[in-house]
Ligand binder design. Sequence first.
Ligand code: NAP
Length: 527
Amino acid sequence: MITGKNYVGNRLAGNGTKTYTTFNPLLNIENENEFVEASTEEINEAVFLASDAYIAYNQKSGKEKAAFLNAIADNILALDDTLIQTYCSESGLPEGRAKGERGRTMGQLRAFAALLDEGSWVDATIDTAIPDRSPAPKPDLRKMLVPLGPVVVFGASNFPLAFSTAGGDTAAALAAGCPVIVKSHPMHAGTGELVASAIIKAAEATGMPNGVFSNLNSSGIEVGVQLVKHPQVKAVGFTGSIVGGRALFDLAAQRDEPIPVFAEMGSINPVIILPEALRNRAVELAKTYAGSITVGSGQFCTNPGLLLGIAGESLTQFVQNLSDEIVRIEPSCMLHPKIVGAYEKNKQTAIDQSGLVVAADYGSEVNVNYARQAVVTVEGKTFLENTKLHHEVFGPFSMVVQCKDAAELQEIINNLEGQLTGTIISDTNEIAKYPQVITALQNRVGRIIFNGVPTGVEVCPSMQHGGPYPASTDSRFTAVGTQSIKRWVRPFSFQNWPDDLLPNELKNANPLAINRSVNGKLNSDAI
Ligand code: NAP
């Protein structure tokens, strides 16, 4: 049942005065439930509980934490149709997407559970003492990863489950040993509360300390600002706009004790279509890309917002084919009137730029809150000179840049902001003729794709979801896959520490039988 209250640790609380509702964009009406924004007292209580829970939570073994994560996944599934219907009513997204995203969310939780169960993720590194080393004895040093402390997670608007309350950031932080306070996304507060109830129930059933998780409602920036400024918060996870992510990053840097903000923000995901591929596959590529640009109303951080090719007959034909294909696709509902409003405004700002040609714009009447997809085209020189054209238009929009030659193509890539992904469309062996283009692209992105589309992010340990700024605030880390746990930990060394006082991961006997580096050799042996 949705109460509209906050979870301050295990307690439902709602003594704030500001209330709000969520919105059903498909029906264009407000949803029934009223949500109470967290008060300052509730925010402080959630952080203090998290701070206390940090100690007790870290006395739990990896296997106990794994049981907690698996119980969250089970409880999310048990929410069944109530969760799916709430998700759909708060996002306008179809049931199939809701179920798919629920599966992904549960899969992420279970993947982290498996990681903890196995245990080697802590990167245990041991260098044993050499007491008779000359001229000075070598001490015994043992290092492993330890949790940072309470983490604040900002849920994303475009993934009500997989990047929100129990999404990737929360799962990774809980797995790392960090209590989590979620700043619930106001567009899907009901979905958030249901998932929060699943987490709290799991925490209670598996004996986790009160405060290991809190879920705070808010419909404005104040709750998030107070959380990021709170001295006992030690890190922040965010998915959303560059403006929002940057504001929180700056706020965290201005604290007396600056803390890391891992923000995954905008990206236009350049796609380079090489000439021979364009000549031989213009029709097929147009179909594929019309699909990728419009999937999920273009509301994905990996949406292909920029297509780059070398000017000529084939590229002109491709623009025509893409335009024909894209207006054939039925428009779909966006997440919220605010998101549709931002899409139409940003699209118009792009279209108003000098030198830009609209190749296709879904001109017909669409239902309220539906997106009108569009493709525009521009010459390389104009694109290079006007950086406004480099900004993300979040929605089903893409810009085809007609470069004069390979040198201009390379210059454009070099001048792009950091991106999550870059794609090369090439015929066999064609790619070998463009080594500098490939190198330029590699320098601007976190993941490079060969002959595919950037949409669709596999969740697995080798995934890199994050790139040079502003794709993310720290390109050394990924926001997807089990390695995202590394954002919430720090390396910690014990020197000459008594064996019985060491954590199990570092003890001579290796009771957890994990893989460790011992004097430079990887093994799972006892010392
Ligand atoms: P957003 O505006 O970045 O907001 C995300 C969250 O951050 C919200 O919970 C918001 O709180 C909070 N926030 C924003 N600015 C803040 C600030 N200055 N201080 C403190 N907290 C702040 O994103 P959104 O509302 O989810 O979507 C809006 C736009 O973001 C979209 O139109 C799109 O352009 C972009 N977006 C991009 C991606 C991507 O993956 N590239 C994903 C999602 C959204 P409140 O809502 O409570 O104010």
